[in-house]
Design a binder for this molecule. Structure first.
Ligand SMILES: NC(=O)c1ccc[n+]([C@@H]2O[C@H](COP(=O)([O-])OP(=O)(O)OC[C@H]3O[C@@H](n4cnc5c(N)ncnc54)[C@H](O)[C@@H]3O)[C@@H](O)[C@H]2O)c1
Length: 328
């Protein structure tokens, strides 16, 4: 049994709590937030509610610190937890900047502890199947992969502050687009990008040239009409096409029906009966990391995967600022 503390009990923290509580090999020991009232009402009987992370880190019954904080706090809190001898699960993005990710990897190596990053959309069943389909060769040689993000209205609070986000939309919800492209397309050779205001962007188009020769495009924009949340993904191969109509789109109420994975093959579109939900993907992502921590295995999305995602995002910022593509 592993003891877990969840730090940051806002929007996503509230989805991590049940995932931890429902894991058969995990005990939720403590919930922590600067807002002690929020901590108190988030804790269930027997769980400690705290606004003092430092004292929680001294507890021998806590093995894992699950970090659901604004991006600028991922690095300092992860380092604090690792140095105190805990494994860490970090919400996306792993940290602001590549140097921060490397510091976390180094600290984990020194402490002999594990790092997992919650790239939850990798655990969304239609995405799991899409990745399997692309990797199986059933779609033939992949030509283009497109991941969209169209949001009707800008996120608020700390997410409007580029210092705390570490950028704009790309570093925030755009991180999901980038790790999905990496999962579908593999290693990246070259990154180019156009943005309205790099590192405080409300709009971006990032183009990836994969080692395989395929091309990936992630595009994102705030400021759509109210109610829009378009996060579809399309894979175009020489033998077939496949697309997932949305993930968070369903959770946000933008798409009315259940999630769909469709495939075009032999001249016709067919629905693959694969369903899932965004909230289930968060639960599966958290629980997969906890299972790895409990068994001593390497987490399925480890610190190296978090690092690779930030490497592409940082290259995109550099490309957008310089106007030249960046070799990885
Ligand atoms: N996977 C997803 O789909 C998804 C969705 C939303 C957010 N996120 C990620 O989750 C993380 C948190 O985002 P959020 O939307 O939940 O933010 P939020 O603002 O809703 O919640 C953050 C919480 O952290 C608390 N906090 C701030 N500083 C603290 C400190 N020093 N110690 C303890 N608590 C502190 C705040 O009081 C707040 O309750 C970010 O990395 C974000 O990108 C992921």
């Amino acid at each position: 049994m592993i003891g877990v503390a969840v730090v940051g009990l806002g929007e996503i923290g509230q989805f991590h709590l049940p995932a931890v509580r429902q894991h058969p090999d995990a005990n939720l020991i403590a919930v922590c937030d600067l807002d002690i009232d929020l901590a108190a009402c988030s804790a269930q009987t027997g769980e400690i509610a705290s606004d003092d992370l430092a004292s929680l880190l001294e507890r021998p019954d806590i093995d894992v610190v699950d970090i659901c904080l604004p991006h600028n706090l991922h690095l300092p809190v992860a380092l604090q937890a690792l140095v105190a001898g805990h494994d860490v699960l970090i919400e996306k993005p792993m940290a602001i900047g590549l140097a921060g990710c490397q510091e976390i990897l180094d600290a984990a190596g020194t402490a002999g502890k594990q790092v997992a990053v919650s790239h939850n959309q990798l655990f969304y069943q239609p995405h799991v199947k899409l990745i399997e389909l692309a990797a199986s060769g059933a779609l033939g040689q992949l030509q283009t992969i497109r991941a969209r993000l169209g949001i009707g209205g800008k996120y608020g609070a700390w997410r409007t502050d580029p210092e705390r986000v570490g950028g704009g939309l790309l570093m925030d919800a755009g991180a999901h687009r980038i790790y999905m492209l990496l999962a579908l397309g593999g290693a990246v050779r070259n990154v180019s990008a156009v943005m309205d205001n790099p590192r405080a962007e409300d709009r971006f188009v990032v183009t990836l040239e994969f080692e395989s020769g395929a091309i990936g495009v992630a595009d994102g924009s705030y400021h759509g009409p109210d109610g829009v949340f378009d996060d579809r993904i399309e894979v175009f191969g020489q033998l077939g096409l496949a697309e997932v109509s949305g993930c968070e789109a369903f959770f946000e109420g933008y798409l009315p029906e259940g999630a769909r994975l469709r495939r075009f093959e032999d001249g016709v579109w067919s629905d693959l009966a694969v369903f899932g939900s965004w909230d289930e993907s968060v639960r599966n992502s958290v629980q997969a990391a906890l299972s790895a921590f409990a068994s001593g295995a390497v987490p399925p999305v480890d610190g190296r995967a978090g690092y690779e995602t930030i490497r592409v995002i940082e290259a995109a910022y550099e490309a957008a600022q310089s106007g030249s593509s960046v070799e990885l």
